[in-house]
Design a protein around this ligand. Structure first.
Ligand code: HEC
Length: 132
């Protein structure tokens, strides 16, 4: 009985954090593959995103560290996180990511993420943006 109660106490907050039944999003399995496919070419080394904003996305530490202006991930709140806002198209078109319009510095080469990918990033942030 004691063990069961402890289990429940641990489970309840965990379920709240994970958005209750929406499934836990993993940085390694879900988020990093999206970054490698759509972001890393510009946001590492001498890429233009790395140059312009100093946002390096090669690993978890870089993703969390943010740009030269500061963090772009606020764990627990996608709506406070530039990382989510720029991929979800909730910012000025010039800073949508990946860039896909003529006004962009990067000249519109990018394809917007799918709705599923955008939602994964949102959930990962809402669930605490962990290195999981
Ligand atoms: C074609 C190159 C390119 C790709 C691909 C790209 N970015 Fe960017 N990114 C940039 C550039 C250039 C900037 C600087 C924009 C500026 O400051 O005007 C930037 C800036 C950003 C910023 C900072 C925005 C701000 O000003 O607060 C974030 C966050 C970001 N990118 C996320 C991403 C994510 C996530 C992806 C992948 C889904 C991605 N980027 C893909 C070029 C790129």
């Amino acid at each position: 009985m004691r063990i069961m109660l402890r289990g429940l106490l641990f489970l309840a907050p965990a379920m709240l954090l994970s958005g209750c039944g929406q499934g836990e999003v993993s940085f390694a399995d879900d988020i990093n593959p999206i970054i490698e496919k759509s972001c890393i070419s510009c946001h590492s080394g001498t890429g233009e995103g790395a140059n312009a904003s100093k946002y390096l996305m090669a690993d978890y530490a870089g993703v969390i560290q943010g740009t030269k202006y500061g963090p772009v991930v606020v764990p627990g709140s996608r709506m406070s996180s530039s990382l989510y806002l720029v991929v979800a198209g909730k910012t000025a078109p010039e800073i949508r990511m990946p860039p896909h319009n003529d006004e962009s510095f990067a000249q519109g080469r990018g394809v917007m993420l799918s709705a599923g990918e955008i939602e994964k990033i949102g959930l990962w942030i809402d669930q605490g943006a962990r290195d999981n």
